[in-house]
Design a protein around this ligand. Structure first.
Ligand SMILES: Nc1nc2c(c(=O)[nH]1)N[C@H]1C(S)=C(S)[C@@H](COP(=O)(O)O)O[C@H]1N2
Ligand SMILES: [Mo]
Length: 321
């Protein structure tokens, strides 16, 4: 995201049609349109999709599609930041295609009573399936989408690991695979991509691990098979293809903070009042809203102030960006 800013013409608006706009009430029709549906997801060849357990998911009525207008599937899955598979927004869709994300193992480690390794499909079953939540998604580059995620609360995973009293933070890591992932053969970022949360952020009700989008397994370019979603924070906190979560006593560094500490902090809370050193964060471009149409004011904590403001009481948000 240091390299170039997104351009309006990278995606043709003709890619969006009324039929592609997701309507939760017509979920079955929508899945039919996509040609997937339940059976499709279950029978998908291993390696082409992420983890397939847990579908269909249960709508969480606290985060319905009726409250926000979901961005069209084509935009969510073709306009991506995923530097392991290219630095251009259009590249991950093609370049991540052949990457094998099923089977996949997640490791829980560090200051926990239950260190473990889980197959992702087994883990989803163990956690009791998937729920669907429609969340805002705001990148630090000042663009936004609305994504219907399928997944499970991160708090469930934390409970499974059973952190020791000394555990205060979570450190998340993506794979490091120079054999299969061309982008990682070059020092574009400090690989592997890592991210962190405070333990109380990780157990906030909003913190979510996504294994799906629009009711089917999450595509590789969006972070299959497991990807962090923290909707009150800038998108770079949402680390993709997680292989390990380590519980620590001290705050871990996160990749973008390591790359450019003056520009990207540990917290990365969406804040229209604290500008990025090189651009304003007061408003955002709505992806898929049209060439002229789409800007809106950015909301404090991306509109989730009620759920998360208490986490940052007394913290100077201009210093702790
Ligand atoms: N492993 C990894 N995770 C990542 C990134 C990345 O380059 N590598 N990019 C981040 C950034 S900057 C954003 S905005 C989101 C984009 O998620 P999306 O492509 O699903 O919209 O993923 C985040 N997670
Ligand atoms: Mo981002």
């Amino acid at each position: 995201m240091l390299i170039r800013s997104p351009k309006d013409w990278e995606l043709s608006e003709s890619a969006v049609t009324a039929e592609q706009i997701y309507r939760l009430r017509n979920r079955r029709d929508f899945l039919k349109t996509l040609g997937v549906g339940l059976a499709g997801a279950a029978l998908a060849p291993r390696g082409l999709l992420g983890a397939t357990a847990g579908f269909p998911s249960q709508e969480n009525p606290a985060y319905p599609a009726s409250a926000l207008k979901p961005t069209a599937y084509d935009f969510i899955t073709s306009y991506n930041n995923y530097y392991e598979f290219g630095t251009d927004k259009s590249e991950p869709k093609d370049q991540a295609k052949g990457f094998k994300t099923d089977p996949w193992t997640l490791e829980l480690a560090g200051l926990v009573n239950q260190p473990a390794k889980f197959d992702v499909n087994d883990l989803v079953k163990k956690l009791g399936g998937l729920e669907q939540r429609v969340y805002r998604h705001r990148c630090v580059e000042a663009w936004s989408m609305v994504v219907p995620w399928d997944g499970f609360p991160l708090a469930k995973l934390v409970a499974l690991a059973d952190p020791k009293p000394e555990a205060k933070f979570l450190k998340f890591s993506t794979f490091f695979d120079t054999k299969n992932v061309v982008g990682q053969r070059e020092a574009i970022l400090d690989w592997p991509y890592v991210e962190g949360l405070r333990l109380d952020e990780a157990t906030n009700e909003l913190a979510f691990i996504a294994t799906g989008i629009y009711g089917k397994p999450i595509p590789n370019q969006n972070g299959a098979p497991l990807r962090l979603v923290t909707p009150w924070k800038y998108g770079f906190k949402g680390i993709k293809a997680i292989v390990k979560i380590e519980f620590t006593a001290k705050a871990p560094r996160n990749t973008w903070n390591v790359m450019a500490p003056q520009e990207y902090g540990f917290y990365a809370n969406v804040n229209p009042n604290v500008d990025h050193p090189r651009w304003s964060q007061a408003s955002e471009r709505i992806i898929g809203a049209g060439f002229l149409g789409g800007r809106q004011a950015t909301l404090m904590f991306n509109g989730y102030e009620k759920q998360v403001a208490a986490l940052y009481k007394g913290l100077d948000l201009a210093r702790n960006y």
